[in-house]
Design a protein around this ligand. Structure first.
Ligand code: ZN
Length: 554
């Protein structure tokens, strides 16, 4: 690494400022510098904050920066104003307000007002954001003036875009609508104490509902009084950190806090426990403060958007495995996207609930089995994140997390659900059920229950270093059983409903007694698994697997 890059990595504000100038001026040395620093990017949360002039963006950015600093997160602010050379620098004027931060080494402020760099403001801003990221800043706030072409381009850099509006801007909203719809992840109605705030929110919600798809969140704020700023920081994943520069809370021994590492694949909404099951779980008692998180992954879209909320004081993310309305068959499931999305939410433990058939007389309908082994009878499923020039072989001898299984065993006991610890879950391809010949062979092998999904999930969870446990809920005996054909649809449906009810109790009890930190080895599953020479791994593959492997490439 050259001296300049080294100084930036060591936190020299002077070297960083010099680099920012080089980027803005399109200095060729900046290109070389960014190349040197590129392995260190991918950790910052890069947030775009935009909206029409007069919406109070600078005040909001100022208040947000203060809030994040109070949470021990470092903040770099890039204020983009392409017109400032002409207008005398409205934003640069606003920056005077930021002077109060000047004594704080945890805040870095930079205005961009040049088109000197090739590719214009958007390109220079993207490079600046990467520079701040590599320098170890936790948050990079990119403040832009409006919703023009540059801002939409900046959207490609920011992981989350916040659009700031104020009451009484109905016409502007109309004018901006097309652009806004596409770029906003979060709307903030600032100056929410002004008349018309309710109307503004109604209009916005109405416009968004017409746009369809997953609706961005709408928050309210009075930035001048600091109101609503904590909620915005929460929504942006600003959980408390401990170190002044680049050191995360989890490294500093606060395992109960959801992951605060920020990567390109990271999502601003955070959860620590993931639940995969049926959509009936969303309405379980005690599950509050729900919000929807639509997550895109390098492997495509998950089965559905996640429903994230609080249960027994913990942040929990629910995913309907087959999508709401049961639209996706086992063979069609994008298991990789489902597990990757869990990872990007910061999930460290997954509780997987599944209806299964019983292969043993002793596992009766309505029993829960907590298997500790799997047997693979699937075909042609994508069951690994690796490949494309990066080979990893994880240990899978014990596919279920023993610590998590222990928690579930106790949770079943507490809930009065008959549960058996241990056993083998045979994972078949489906969608048709087994023939009697197959079912009897599986029995002769000593298999306990049969299902179509959990093995694939468990493999990917292990690669993602997430603890995984299966709660196999017996609905009926598989076709080997003499009474199998006599079972009525009503009985099966009644069993499914009773199981779903019990599942809610067991999940609530498990979450309530979940230890804060992990004492198992799941979180280090990749420590000795990556075989490929790190130097030979392409940037594209590194990028794609960023949130899974970054810590092994530093
Ligand atoms: Zn574990």
């Amino acid at each position: 690494m050259n001296e300049w890059a080294r100084q930036i990595r060591e936190g020299s504000a002077r070297a960083l400022a010099r680099a920012a100038t080089a980027v803005e001026n399109g200095d060729p040395r900046a290109v070389e510098l960014l190349r040197e620093l590129s392995p260190y990017t991918g950790h910052a949360a890069i947030i775009g904050i935009t909206g029409p002039p007069g919406a109070g963006k600078s005040t909001l950015v100022d208040a947000l920066a203060r809030e994040l600093r109070a949470r021990n997160r470092t903040v770099a602010v890039i204020a983009v104003d392409p017109s400032s050379r002409v207008t005398g620098g409205a934003i640069l004027g606003d920056r005077i307000r930021m002077l109060q931060h000047h004594a704080d080494p945890g805040i870095f402020i930079r205005s961009v007002a040049t088109r000197g760099a090739s590719g214009g403001v958007a390109s220079a801003t993207a490079d600046l954001a990467r520079l701040m990221d590599a320098a170890g800043w936790n948050f990079v706030l990119i403040e832009t003036v409006g919703v023009g072409q540059d801002e939409v381009a900046v959207r490609g850099v920011a992981q989350t875009t916040v659009v700031v509006l104020v009451p009484g801007m109905g016409d502007e909203v109309q004018a901006l609508k097309a652009g806004i719809m596409e770029i906003a992840d979060i709307f903030v109605i600032n100056k929410a104490d002004h008349p018309g705030a309710d109307e503004a929110e109604r209009e916005l919600a109405g416009a968004l509902s017409l746009a369809g798809g997953v609706r961005p969140r709408i928050l309210r704020a009075i930035a001048t009084e600091g109101k609503g700023v904590a909620e915005l920081a929460d929504a942006l994943g600003g959980s408390a950190g401990s170190g002044p520069n680049g050191e995360s809370a989890s490294q500093a021994g606060h395992p109960a806090t959801a992951s605060v590492h920020h990567h390109p694949g990271d999502h601003p909404v955070k959860a620590e426990i993931g639940i995969i099951g049926g959509s009936g779980l969303y309405s379980m008692p005690g599950f509050t403060a729900q919000q929807e998180a639509a997550i895109d992954t390098p492997f495509g879209a998950p089965s559905d958007s996640f429903v994230v909320g609080t249960l027994a004081g913990r942040q929990v993310a629910f995913l309907a495995r087959h999508g709401r309305g049961h639209r996706i068959s086992p063979s069609e499931l994008n298991f990789r996207a489902n597990i990757y999305a869990m990872k990007s939410l910061g999930v460290e433990r997954i509780i997987s609930l599944s209806a299964v058939g019983s292969l043993k007389e002793e596992h009766r309908p309505l029993d829960f089995v907590l298997p500790d082994q799997f047997f693979d009878r699937t075909r042609g499923r994508a069951a690994t994140f690796f490949g494309e020039g990066l080979v990893a072989h994880v240990s899978f001898a014990d596919p279920i997390c023993p610590e998590l299984a222990g928690v579930l065993t106790k949770a079943c006991d507490e809930s009065g659900v008959s549960a058996k610890s241990g056993g083998t879950y045979l994972c078949m391809e489906g969608p048709a059920f087994s023939t009697k010949a197959e079912s009897n062979v599986y029995r002769s092998w000593g298999m306990d229950v049969i299902g179509m999904t959990n093995l694939t999930e468990a493999k990917l969870a292990r690669e993602a270093e997430i603890c995984y446990v299966t709660v196999a809920m017996v609905t009926d005996y598989d076709c080997w059983h003499p009474h199998h054909d006599a079972v009525t649809v009503n009985e099966i449906i009644s069993n499914l409903m009773k199981n779903a009810e019990n599942a809610c109790k067991v999940v609530a009890a498990a979450v309530a007694r979940m230890p804060a930190g992990r004492s198992c080895k799941c979180g280090e599953a990749l420590a000795h698994a990556i075989i490929t020479d790190r130097k030979l791994v392409s940037q594209a593959t590194r990028q794609k697997l960023g949130i899974l492997v970054d810590k092994y490439f530093v």
